[in-house]
Write a protein that binds this ligand. Structure first.
Ligand SMILES: CC(C)(COP(=O)(O)OP(=O)(O)OC[C@H]1O[C@@H](n2cnc3c(N)ncnc32)[C@H](O)[C@@H]1OP(=O)(O)O)[C@@H](O)C(=O)NCCC(=O)NCCS
Length: 184
């Protein structure tokens, strides 16, 4: 499904969001190559360098697990991505966790990550998720500013390198008092 959204900045090329299925990923080498270009530009997928086979495996694995992956394309090329998925344990499946939001270094500060996270939040809300969480390094000022600007707030975490942020989307326990299980 492709949803065209407003340009990230005045006079910027339009951003479109793609929610690929596993079948689409398997049949579209361009998308897989684009995703590899983004994930290999940083260390947000694995702590070591990611080769093309590694990023393909990662893509298939997360789509097999039912994660909702949003790809943001600028002028037709994937430049940013992120995903959310439900908590695994049955008691916590009303909650979701955002992981691996990233933008290629050449495309940063154009509103792409904001578009991705906004779309993840809308998608999770539409799926009935009550609270969305994510972990961020306390020193990652860009990510902290991004999530804070979208309404997420720090709700705890005993490690500065792994701060839990949450956004309450619907009815249910108050996010601030709801220390849900760690998703890593
Ligand atoms: C964090 C990251 C995803 C931001 O991507 P981006 O596409 O450049 O972000 P956006 O252009 O959508 O910025 C949205 C807001 O985030 C904040 N922000 C983004 N980059 C920032 C920076 N370098 N310094 C301070 N604030 C920043 C700003 O509030 C910005 O809004 P503004 O441009 O109107 O001021 C990107 O820097 C990245 O990929 N970093 C490496 C991976 C990572 O850390 N991911 C987060 C894991 S939790």
């Amino acid at each position: 499904m492709i949803r065209v959204i407003a340009p990230a900045r005045p006079q910027a090329p339009p951003v479109d969001l793609l929610w690929p299925t596993r079948a689409q990923v398997l049949s579209d080498d361009r998308v897989r190559a684009d995703v590899h270009r983004v994930v290999s530009s940083g260390s947000a997928v694995r702590s070591t360098e990611v080769d093309r086979a590694g990023s393909d495996d990662w893509l298939h694995d997360i789509l097999d697990r039912g994660a909702r992956l949003a790809l943001a394309r600028l002028a037709g090329r994937v430049e940013a991505l992120g995903r959310w998925e439900r908590y695994e344990t049955r008691a916590d499946q009303c909650n979701g966790h955002i992981r691996q939001v990233m933008t290629h270094p050449d495309a940063r500060r154009r509103g792409l990550a904001r578009s991705v996270v906004h779309a993840l939040v809308d998608d999770a809300r539409a799926a009935g998720v009550q609270t969305l969480t994510l972990h961020v390094r306390g020193a990652n000022q860009a990510a902290v500013a991004l999530y804070t600007s979208l309404g997420f707030g720090a709700v705890g975490g005993d490690r500065y390198d792994r701060v839990l942020f949450a956004l309450r989307l619907g009815a249910g326990p108050d996010a601030a008092g709801d220390r849900t299980e760690s998703k890593g």
